[in-house]
Design a protein. Structure first.
Length: 82
């Protein structure tokens, strides 16, 4: 009997959770946001991702994590301008 391959969302989640993946803080934050969006069935458009990062900024109290979200937001906005 054939087993079906995991969906794209599961494959992405597995990749980011694998022990071989060592990403910078911003990449980890982005991966967590994308995972949340996929699990909730929301689209992963630029607009939704940016809104999610801003929402995370508004609710975060840890200074290191806040800086990570600020850096991620800057990177996403710089990428949109390119």
């Amino acid at each position: 009997m054939r087993q079906s391959a995991p969906g794209a969302g599961r494959a992405i989640t597995d990749y980011f959770n694998s022990p071989a993946f060592h990403a910078p803080k911003e990449s980890e934050l982005l991966a967590a946001i994308l995972t949340e969006l996929m699990r909730s069935g929301r689209p992963t458009t630029s607009k939704v991702i940016l809104a999610s990062v801003i929402s995370k900024l508004e609710g975060e109290v840890d200074e290191a994590t806040l800086q990570g979200y600020r850096n991620l937001l800057t990177q996403l906005l710089d990428e949109k301008e390119s």
